[in-house]
Design a protein around this ligand. Structure first.
Ligand SMILES: C[S@@+](CC[C@H](N)C(=O)[O-])C[C@H]1O[C@@H](n2cnc3c(N)ncnc32)[C@H](O)[C@@H]1O
Length: 300
């Protein structure tokens, strides 16, 4: 008798069971979810379909799944870069290493902009990256005239792709600008999730961040190297409403910078209870209109 033994077929759920502890041991935050997402991606279906069918993986699918899982466990590559997909505000976005992976906290910035931007306002999304904010705003507020701007031309390619994919049939469309900060834009509303991580924090951050573009994350020793001139330019151009995402420990500093620039500012917390977005209205435009107040109440 020769010793050759046929390997039993591998079902999707077998692979999830095998890889979840491997990812957990590699200190991945959500090991089971990540295993499911990557295996479903290798199968070319979504997680729910995968569990309904529990298919047997053929050799090519198995090799593809194991390669993705190895990249996740060994190199800590973010799932979004491995699947080239990220959901944001109910939109499926293309993402790759040219752009920051959009975070759920940023949806608060979108919610506030949707609530506060005046009808038909001219809006700029500074540091658009994947276009998450601009595309989401264009879907939810088709009346707005939106410019998506970034210092990085490669990021703008990703944003354009996402804008094409999710274009609102009756919307104004999105204009794109390759520039630092406001460039030559003029208008009423500035919204931005700029880089805001302190350089000095680099070595203490999760290894996943090493895969994201440096210029999307870091902004000098106090993390305010982009926010500071952005507020300055907003003041000089008489922008009425400014909404900025920032680090959980930067609320007081951003609030003070906006106050010094003549704005009346409010800092909002994210779902984890951290200071996350500061929005500010030019003092002469205060108080909020009845519509703005009503929209904010809906968010509370
Ligand atoms: C934190 S990422 C935000 C990406 C996207 N808006 C999001 O929320 O997922 C910051 C983005 O700002 C861009 N950026 C960095 N410095 C900039 C500057 N001075 N002017 C315009 N964009 C800048 C980066 O290229 C990057 O795409």
């Amino acid at each position: 008798m020769d010793g050759a033994v046929n390997e039993p077929p591998t079902r999707a759920t077998d692979l999830v069971r095998r890889w979840t502890p491997v990812l957990r041991d590699a200190a991945v935050d959500t090991p089971r979810l990540d295993a499911e997402l990557l295996i479903a991606h290798a199968l070319g279906c979504d997680r729910h379909r995968m569990f309904l069918d529990d298919p047997i993986l053929d050799d090519a699918q198995l090799a593809r799944a194991e390669s993705l899982l190895r990249h996740r466990s060994t190199d800590r590559v973010p799932v979004a870069y491995l699947t080239e997909t990220r959901w944001f505000d109910e939109l499926e976005l293309h993402v790759d290493r040219r752009v920051l992976v959009p975070r759920p906290e940023t949806e608060l910035l979108v919610e506030l902009t949707v609530a506060l931007a005046p009808q038909d306002a001219t809006v700029i999304d500074v540091g658009t990256g994947s276009g998450a904010i601009a595309v989401s705003l264009a879907r939810r507020r088709p009346d707005l005239r939106i410019t998506a701007s970034d210092i990085d031309e490669a990021a703008l390619d990703v944003a354009r792709r996402n804008a094409d994919r999710h274009q609102h049939p009756g919307g104004m469309g999105i204009a794109f600008q390759h520039a630092s900060l406001l460039g030559d834009w003029a208008g009423e509303v500035v919204v931005s999730n700029p880089p805001y991580v302190e350089e000095t924090a680099r070595s203490s951050l999760a290894p996943e961040l090493d895969h994201e573009p440096d210029h999307a994350l870091y902004a000098g020793n106090d993390g305010l190297d982009v926010i500071r001139p952005l507020i300055q330019q907003s003041r000089e151009r008489h922008v009425g409403l400014v909404l900025i995402e920032h680090g959980y420990a930067q609320g007081t500093a951003v609030h003070a910078l906006l106050g010094a620039a003549g704005y009346r500012a409010t800092t909002e917390r994210d779902l984890a209870g951290h200071d996350r977005v500061t929005w500010a209205l030019r003092a002469d435009l205060w108080p909020l209109s009845a519509e703005q107040q009503a929209a904010l109440r809906l968010l509370a």
